[in-house]
Design a protein around this ligand. Structure first.
Ligand SMILES: NC(=O)C1=CN([C@@H]2O[C@H](COP(=O)(O)OP(=O)(O)OC[C@H]3O[C@@H](n4cnc5c(N)ncnc54)[C@H](OP(=O)(O)O)[C@@H]3O)[C@@H](O)[C@H]2O)C=CC1
Ligand SMILES: CC(=O)N[C@@H](CCC(=O)OP(=O)(O)O)C(=O)O
Length: 352
């Protein structure tokens, strides 16, 4: 007989794009019960008023955020808030013995000086931050299993790091030659009114932003440095593309051994991800499309070697709201709770 007791979970920031994905997925998760939804401007409203398509399934109000009350009512808390808020409430939630999964950048950095430099917020929770584990299960599964606090990765870092990790871990590329050219749909910017996300601005147009200064650069570099065993700098350029969901990261790097061919690297990638149910390697020469990943927690990876330049080109496609955000956080929760990593997560995309 299965376990009848469901684990009570809370979602802070439930009214945002990450929050609504968490609600949608966790309502169907067999081991949890969503008992608390929190927000700021949405507090006091029924959730179904904010997202009428879920009104028939979610009969909960959005409540004000009080860590004391959340800690009393839940055992697992997802924080899907703008950067700089999670670090204010996490110490209290941990004190209350909750497991905390933060979807913002607050607990992604092992060195808080880097966080302060790039995010501009002074912090006084160093001791708490030191206990956080970076929530990329394909790299840090065993540490996630032991953790009480997870700093879930950003969407661009997820796509970029899954493309780069096998190459860096095996020492196959010159790390400093790595260039990440990435494109994101507009939902990456959240459910806020911003001029560049207006249909008239974003539609029928493609452009880079944050060139040489996007805050995901130090996040990607931190993990690349960990994999390479020394400090690594990466060139990262994000682009906004007129679609709602999805990220495609195209990564270029110079191979140390120019004799390597595509089949060698496919074998290496397959071996690296052999225990990772959410990574699919495109083995027969096809290149991943964001649409394949849409709605699922999968990351599709394809690659090619250019014998003329000696470079490897890796393409990595995810849904920014699922593997890039809410889905990955649930994957981490599954690991922390000792459940199957795939539990409650969508395996099949929406395509077309
Ligand atoms: N969108 C994406 O693709 C990804 C986003 N992330 C990160 O995840 C986090 C959430 O992003 P996203 O869902 O896009 O953001 P949204 O802007 O869509 O949602 C933000 C949420 O935060 C709530 N909120 C804002 N201020 C407060 C406050 N002072 N107290 C309580 N709640 C507050 C809002 O509540 P209300 O509406 O009630 O005001 C809303 O529910 C961010 O840190 C983002 O950087 C990470 C990976 C991918
Ligand atoms: C299209 C778009 O605007 N994308 C966002 C990335 C969202 C994200 O993951 O940001 P966090 O690191 O704060 O979690 C951006 O570039 O800022």
């Amino acid at each position: 007989m299965g376990n009848l007791r469901r684990v009570p979970v809370g979602i802070v920031g439930a009214s945002g794009y990450g929050g609504v994905q968490l609600v949608r997925l966790l309502m169907d998760h067999p081991e949890v019960e969503v008992v608390y939804l929190g927000g700021e401007s949405s507090a006091g409203k029924p959730f179904g008023e904010l997202y009428p398509h879920l009104a028939h399934a979610v009969n909960l109000p959005v409540e004000e955020v009080d860590p004391e009350i959340i800690g009393d009512r839940t055992e697992v808390v997802f924080l899907s808030l703008p950067n700089g808020l999670a670090c204010e409430m996490t110490p209290k939630l941990l004190e209350k013995k909750c497991k905390v999964l933060d979807l913002s950048a607050d607990y992604r950095f092992s060195d808080l000086t880097t966080y302060t430099t790039w995010y501009g917020k002074q912090r006084n929770d160093n001791a708490t931050a030191a206990t956080a584990v970076y929530g990329l299960p394909e790299l840090y599964r065993s540490r996630i299993a032991e953790a009480q606090l997870i700093g879930c990765p950003g969407c661009y870092p997820t796509a970029s790091l899954l493309a780069l990790s096998p190459l860096l871990k095996q020492g196959l590329i010159v790390p400093e030659t790595a260039i990440v050219d990435a494109k994101s749909g507009t939902s990456g910017g959240g459910r806020q009114a911003k001029i560049n996300f207006l249909l008239a601005e974003a539609d029928n147009s493609l452009g880079a932003y944050g060139v040489v200064r996007h805050r995901h650069t130090p996040e990607i570099e931190q993990i690349c440095s960990d994999l390479a065993g020394h400090e690594v700098m990466i060139q990262f350029t994000p682009h906004l593309i007129p679609m709602v969901r999805g990220i495609l990261a195209t990564v270029y790097a110079t191979l140390r051994d120019p004799g390597l061919v595509r089949d060698d690297l496919i074998t290496i990638f397959r071996a690296f991800y052999r225990n990772s149910p959410w990574v699919r390697i495109c083995e027969t020469g096809e290149y991943p499309q964001t649409k394949w990943a849409c709605g699922s927690n999968l990351c599709y990876i394809g690659l090619e070697v250019d014998p003329r330049t000696g470079r490897v080109i890796v393409m990595s496609a995810i849904d920014n709201l699922i593997k890039g955000q809410a889905g990955q956080a649930i994957q981490c929760m599954n690991i922390m709770m000792g459940w199957d990593e795939t539990l409650g997560l969508p395996k099949l995309g929406f395509y077309p």
